[in-house]
Design a binder for this molecule. Sequence first.
Ligand SMILES: [Zn+2]
Length: 50
Amino acid sequence: MAKEAKLKCLRCGYEYTSPVSDNTELEERTCPRCSSNSVRQIREEKKGED
Ligand SMILES: [Zn+2]
């Protein structure tokens, strides 16, 4: 099963989830709403990371 990452655009504030893969950290994330690449992953289900 693929995990899902919660992402938030820092530009427009849009929050969404996206499936993550092993190399997702290397992928460039782009906001589906404003096409900004200022998207951060929100880690709220796990703690002790980042
Ligand atoms: Zn955005």
